[in-house]
Design a protein around this ligand. Sequence first.
Ligand code: GLA
Length: 376
Amino acid sequence: MVKLTPPMGWNSWNTFGANINEQLIFETADAMAAAGLPEKGYEYLVIDDCWSLKERDKDGRLVADPEKFPGGMKAVADYVHSRGLKFGMYSCAGTLTCAGYPGSFEHEFVDAETFAGWGVDFLKYDYCYHSPIIHGKYLYRRMGLALENCGRDILFSACSWGADETHEWIKTTGASMWRSTGDIFDSWESVKSLVKEQEKLHPYNGVGCFNDMDMLIVGMYGKGNVGVKGCNDTQYKTHFSIWAFLGSPLMIGCDVRSMSQAARDILCNEEIIRINQDRLCRQPVKLHGIWGGEDLLIYSRQLENGDLAIGMFNMSEGKAAARLNLDQVGLPFSTGKTLDATEIWTGDKVEVKNAIMVRELEPFDCAVMRCKVVDL
Ligand code: GLA
């Protein structure tokens, strides 16, 4: 299938790890619907690792763990669909999943058929315990082809963490998104390191196959499976803004049943989501501020209708003064044009003087401007 903008949804791993069951998924589907998440674009509810029995059945098919999912996966899919959501599941290109459950190696076509039969719409496909002899590109092509031939539209979400030069071959596999980083943890250090890991991969992001920077940690506050130190709401706002700005899929990872109002407000900011979902999916450009060290990140991105997005992200614990010379976005003084810039989170108009945009940033805070090109 072709997905024209970054996929959005929720995934069980960050908060729940192996502690998943039917009840949790039903409640999560209810909570997503009640919080209006599908209307904001969060359409997939994805069950990650640890959902199956440790053995296949006598026909070689995967079996849902009857203690966790007593009604079977078809019933779970039906429930998720009844809440206006699409249903995602997880498998692995290796003999085992990362948590040690059966993987799809040498069972790709029968597993794709099984998922289709259950009503699955999305498959996250991991890379643990993969063959040391067969290159990853062949393993992902197998499952990609199996999904394309399973009789159902299933979004293929590859998860080989950028290993084995994934960026060079992933678009040959039918994947709509691919993990371009290692695993996220709920800490500011993790956010910073994933953003850095991503830098050289920006040119590979684009329509139909999106660089996946991993599930969001917004609203976890250090609790759950990948909880470490946790972050504060300003850090979550900046984390979300960067993921959106760089065109990553937006997969919520917190417990949406008890989500804080602050987390909901961050995840549901329509103008930030609009940048993420911009139809043109243009590559972000890393810019250089006047002064400012490596902890002050500035990016721009061309948007539809001639608009421009500019993002300033203060990754440090001190205040930062961002100064951007507009030459770098294509608007030197000589063009006779400037930017009419509105900061999305505050609604502030941001000043541009002598072709320089100026914004003061609090510790860990960011400014994301949607800008119109106007006469000087
Ligand atoms: C890997 C993936 C994670 C998660 C776990 C499940 O680490 O990168 O996103 O799916 O496996 O075991």
